[in-house]
Ligand binder design. Structure first.
Ligand code: FAD
Ligand code: MLT
Ligand code: ZN
Length: 492
């Protein structure tokens, strides 16, 4: 493997995997099992597979393979395992922790050629599909059947369901439909030695043996390649309402959330917040379709979505809830979307925040969970720290500290925008933010995973004995360490 250590910011800490270089024999083998168009070697074509969404992590892979079937994945992995060739599984490459691109010259196995829907049961709502299906495509398919995907993310137009499962993605409606650990009914996975683990069950209940699929949900391509997914889709709600409100304090955000559970209860389907710095970035970058309908800027914003079966009932509930918030001075301003276009506009503001942050220059992203009462304190404390260090301002290292996220899940996205990535900047934020999170009994990765950004910070959230057991699972399933090396588990 090429030991170039030029792609990470802050810490050179690679323990080299004893994997091999590609040889002409390897290419000849892949040509014998995959179609010519499934083998990418052209330098320009390799670029997108080597660079992550944040443009922060860059690999030097010389080979991308795009198998079209589970059997092709199996032959590919078996060969790589037998020949000690390291592999990075790649879905839509929208991951935010550097897990989807090579560290050195690992072979990228892209799932983009596996995008068939295998079956759908309109009675149970069980959908079985290839791992390379794009989330939005699946949701559009289900819409025609009166169903909805149980997860939704800003990256839905690019991310794959296999990538979602492999990162255990949370997203915008986890509050309503729960995590993939509950909605995934079964998986088909190819292990590093080529074994096809066929567990594409559509059963709701199955208490026979260890629930092996759970090990692969959130394992970020370190144990095998997910090739098929069976997932339970809920009925699509006939009535959807979206409101946007402006608030003065995070205490009021919490008050509004608490009341939403009391008053909107079963129709509440999303409760998302962002701060003034976030809306400012969305406005600065004039993201298409994301127009702020509120008259003035507010310290905080909340997007509330209801989904139910009776429009009149939901309208009445939402209106009464919002009137109560206004009367009690919990919110200062607000709008309710009047049609689908306005609903899309309000969601575009929320979903545009990651892109707006990425346009601010270099962005340090922290995806942490903790008890809701201390959620925004993380942003305040980080801001105060950078002010004290004289490190924030137009001519300083950092330009802004941004907070947004999934209030209902206790999940904060703390983004710190800088002019550029540097060790000096990293050292001002880390390990401070991880220590802060551990002190507040939080998790250093709520939904984005560990990848290469967080693997060495796992100990802030998991005990030594848990990490030890994780390493033993890895050793058992991937003894040659060919699957997504250098990531997920700590180096030491
Ligand atoms: P990739 O980025 O390609 O891969 C992610 C990881 O999974 C890598 O480690 C890769 O090796 C592994 N992997 C991918 N496919 C497979 C497979 N078939 N088998 C085994 N391993 C595989 N995340 C959230 O949780 N919630 C959000 O709300 C959210 N919003 C986002 C919004 C934007 C604009 C962006 C850019 C990202 C967002 N993300 C969010 C992060 C990201 O989209 C999710 O993690 C997503 O699930 C990744 O899917 P992907 O197909 O792009 O996977
Ligand atoms: C989100 O909630 O928007 C995503 O998790 C992406 C991000 O944190 O930027
Ligand atoms: Zn998120």
């Amino acid at each position: 493997m090429e030991a170039e250590q030029n792609r990470h910011f802050g810490d050179a800490r690679f323990v080299l995997n004893p994997c091999s270089h590609l040889s002409p024999d390897d290419i000849a083998y892949f040509r014998s099992v995959l179609s010519p168009s499934s083998i990418v070697q052209d330098a320009d074509d390799l670029e997108t597979f080597n660079n992550d969404w944040l443009q922060k992590h860059r690999g030097q892979s010389k080979l991308v393979l795009k198998p079209s079937s589970t059997e092709e994945v199996s032959k590919t992995l078996k060969y790589c395992n037998d020949n000690m060739l390291a592999v990075v599984p790649q879905g839509g490459n929208t991951g935010l922790v550097g897990g989807s691109v090579p560290v050195f010259d690992e072979i990228v196995v892209s799932m983009s050629n596996m995008h068939s829907i295998r079956s759908f049961d309109p009675v149970s709502g069980a959908l079985v599909c290839d791992a390379g299906c794009i989330l939005e495509v699946l949701d559009k398919y289900l819409e025609q059947q009166g169903y909805i995907m149980p997860l939704d993310l800003g990256a839905k137009g690019s991310c794959h369901i296999g990538g979602n499962v492999s990162t255990n993605a949370g997203g915008l409606r986890l509050l309503r439909y729960g995590s993939l650990h509950g909605t995934v009914l079964g998986l088909e996975v190819v292990l590093p030695d080529g074994t096809i683990l066929d567990n594409l069950s559509t059963l709701r209940k199955d208490n026979t043996g260890y629930d092996l699929k759970q090990l692969f949900i959130g394992s970020e391509g370190t144990l095998g390649i997910v090739t098929g997914v069976s997932i339970l889709s809920p009925k699509r709600s006939r009535a959807v309402n979206v409101a946007l409100v402006g608030l003065n304090s995070f205490d009021n955000v919490q008050a509004a959330f608490k009341r939403s559970k009391d008053e909107l209860s079963e129709v509440l389907s999303a409760f998302e917040f962002w701060d003034k710095a976030a809306i400012q970035l969305v406005k600065d970058h004039l993201l298409a379709g994301a127009n702020d309908p509120l008259e003035s800027l507010h310290p905080f914003y909340v997007l509330i979505e209801t989904s139910g079966s009776n429009k009149d009932h939901d309208d009445a509930k939402l209106t009464q809830y919002l009137e109560g918030l206004m009367n009690d001075d919990i919110v200062q301003d607000g709008v309710i979307a009047q049609d689908t276009t306005q609903i899309q506009n309000l969601w575009a503001i929320r979903e545009g925040i990651p892109e707006a942050c990425s346009k601010a220059g270099a962005v340090y992203k922290y995806d942490i969970s903790m008890p809701v009462p201390v959620l925004y304190q993380a942003v305040e404390d980080m801001k105060n720290r950078l002010i004290q260090k004289n490190a924030i301002g137009e001519s300083k290292l950092f330009t802004s500290v941004i907070g947004y996220g999934h209030v209902g899940d206790g999940n904060l996205h703390l983004n710190v925008a800088a002019h550029e990535y540097s060790k000096e900047a990293t050292d001002l934020i880390e390990p401070y933010i991880f220590e802060w999170t551990a002190k507040h009994a939080g998790s250093v990765s709520a939904e984005h995973g560990l990848g290469i950004s967080k693997n060495n910070h796992l100990h802030y959230s998991k005990s030594p004995s848990m990490i030890q057991l994780m390493k033993r699972f890895k050793q058992l399933i991937d003894p040659n360490e060919i699957m997504n090396p250098y990531k997920y588990l700590p180096d030491q």
